[in-house]
Design a protein. Sequence first.
Length: 365
Amino acid sequence: MSQNLSVNGEPKSDFGILEEEKLSILKKFSKMQTFQILAILVVITAIFTALAPGTFSTLFNLRNIVINVSVFAILGVGMTFVIITAGIDLSVGSNLVFSTVLACKAISAMGGQGWGTTLVGTLVALVAATFWGAVNGWLVAVAKVPAFIVTLGSSLGILGVSQIITGGIDLRGATDTLVNKVGFGNVYAQIPTLGIIALVVVVGGGVLLHKTHFGLTTYAVGSNAEACRRVGIKVNRHLILVYSLMGFTAGIAGILSLALYQQTTIAGQTSTALTVVAGVVIGGTSLFGGYGSIFGTTIGLLIPMVLQSGFIIIGVVPFWQNVVVGVFLVAAVYVDTARRGAADGGGKSLKKRSYKESISRKGNK
């Protein structure tokens, strides 16, 4: 039933071609940085499971890992968009703190403990964090200040404002509803509410990035902003929206942090931005822009949490987590640089070959 076809001069059946295509797809998939990071996560998990089978792989420990990664995963969604545009946001930790401070102030002013007060506090946190994100975006896009400088300065400024408002003392203003239903609540059995909220944000972020015009424009701006301007894309407006989205996710993370810790964490978010950036880059998002995925970010953020949990369980000093994550980060950037170098080399060799062919044709004439 299958006719013989020729591929590169060799007879092949149509079934053979399909098999080759499948193998080619699998080969390409195996070379993806996201797949490689996922494989590393599986290996790390398997090692800790073998070393502590009765402790590491328990439902209790897995639940703790999910809770610990939830806030970072939400921040990672916004950071992925920012880094794909070839930007960066170092103010996410301070923005998270600021949103929780204003949320606590709003909750205390209302004086209630129910859902109404909780929703008002949540809305205040989201609006405050989104506002700061929009300010960062305007400074980057319109004022043309480098993103590193803008967000480093805003990180210091936002944290300073938070300390002025609170006097440098953490506020305890979380409602009982927020703490019991969200911070320590379960959707079903032992499935934490924090994990489900994070999952919804991650899935929503993935759909927004990969299946919408906004996401495709984000990739385009990160690949070549000037080309986007020439074809009529409003790059400045898009960058402001991307940084606003980063702020919005910081607001969500802030209210979840308040639910989990029952207070603001003014001194506890100093390394949050670096942790999120590291997870995003380890997950395969390029610091040079134009490439990345939400799935890869989630895997990249899971690795340090799994390492931390595993090291504690087997009795290794958890500070080794920073060493391993640092190695992964440098390796990820090296792989990204090498990939871009190979792509540029391929483009140059193609141009060189085209030039030689044109010279040859002229000679033949």
